[in-house]
Design a protein around this ligand. Sequence first.
Ligand code: FES
Length: 106
Amino acid sequence: MSENRRLFVCTNQKSGVGEDVAKALKKELKHQGLKKQVIDGHKVRTQVQTCDCLDLCKGCKKGPGAALIVYPEGTVYGNVRPADAAELVAEHLGRGKVLKRLRWDE
Ligand code: FES
């Protein structure tokens, strides 16, 4: 059985930071070899997708970074900057742990 996991990154900021975050996440997924994984016997493929407003604007439009949501599990991160991509990918996607410093609690 295979599953798809997606990181939806808001690109609704005027600064364009969301586009840069999405690019950095894609680069790190490839660099860290985590685009395709086997987790608990299931093949898991992870993709990064840009999207419009996620209605999490307090963690996005007015902040220095972008909001993103990990689908389908639903973890939300806020104020994510391109420089956070390596740590977020390694911690959340590599080790399966929520990166607490960027977690956005609505
Ligand atoms: S502007 Fe990014 S979540 Fe609303």
